[in-house]
Write a protein that binds this ligand. Structure first.
Ligand code: FAD
Length: 230
């Protein structure tokens, strides 16, 4: 769970979109949850299979939306030896930068927090919902076509093909740091839309639509919003 450090939010919301970061998702340590069924007040236990976790997805974000209140979540954590996941993103570089050769769980957590603080705006200071779009998974042929024109495209092997970094696509489509009417695209992480103050939800949504269109026109890749639209 150390890789999930500094993801803002409450524990009851964590299974909703199977929160994840740096190659780890909540489903990796999830055991079960207890939820109140709103229709009849019954308490229902969901194990991992019943939650139908996917990439930023779960039963509760789809079919079960607004039907349950998650009351408690049980996690199963490793006892020693614990396997650390430090190969994703810049965790390894951050540990090296700190002169740490044999990291502890706390070292990894602190490295993740430092990386996130350097890249992501603090919602208490600058309004944002974190990553606005999911990283799209594309066919190897699509990746090849993009790579022919952009050799530095960021991609990881994933189920069904290759996961592209949505932030990279948005940045390359020219949106990083874009500003309009009090809102825009964060200047350090193009995946994050920000409200500098006063912009409406509709304006932020319209900006996200413009970004979707422009990324599709440029790369032929359809982005999907990660956020819930209320
Ligand atoms: C700066 C920033 C960085 C972020 N980084 C990440 C990241 O790295 N990875 C990631 O996965 N997410 C990330 N997020 C998104 C966010 O942190 C998660 O979605 C988090 O789980 C939201 O928690 P919350 O308590 O604020 O939930 P809310 O936003 O209040 O609720 C989210 C949804 O869950 C429902 N819900 C909340 N609690 C319950 C409950 N107990 N029972 C039933 N339904 C419930 C709500 O109705 C709503 O539909 C980031 C957000 C920000 C602002």
């Amino acid at each position: 769970m150390e890789n999930l450090s500094l993801i803002p939010g409450k524990v009851g919301a964590a299974p909703m979109q199977n929160i994840g970061a740096y190659g780890v998702e909540i489903k990796d340590t999830f055991q079960e949850l207890e939820a109140l069924r709103i229709s009849d007040g019954e308490l229902v236990t969901f194990d991992r299979a019943a939650c139908r976790f996917g990439y930023r997805e779960s039963f509760f974000k789809r079919e079960g939306r607004d039907l349950f209140v998650i009351l408690s979540v049980t996690f199963r954590l490793d006892k020693a030896p614990h396997t650390l996941h430090t190969s994703y993103g810049n965790i390894q570089q951050e540990l090296e930068h700190r002169g740490i050769q044999h990291p502890t769980i706390q070292d990894v957590s602190e490295a993740v927090i430092a990386i996130r603080r350097s890249k992501l705006p603090d919602p208490a200071v600058l309004g944002n919902a974190g990553s606005f779009f999911k990283n799209p998974v594309v066919d190897p042929l699509v990746l090849e076509a993009i790579r022919a024109e952009y050799p530095d495209v960021v991609a990881y092997p994933a189920e069904g093909g290759y996961k592209l970094a949505a932030g990279w696509l948005i940045e390359r489509a020219g949106w990083k740091g874009h500003q309009r009417d009090g809102h825009g695209v964060h200047d350090r992480q193009a995946l994050v839309l920000v409200n500098h103050g006063g912009a409406t939800g509709q304006q932020v949504f319209d900006l996200s639509t413009d970004i979707l269109r422009s990324v599709y026109e440029r790369f032929g890749v359809e982005l999907e919003r990660e956020v819930n639209i209320l």
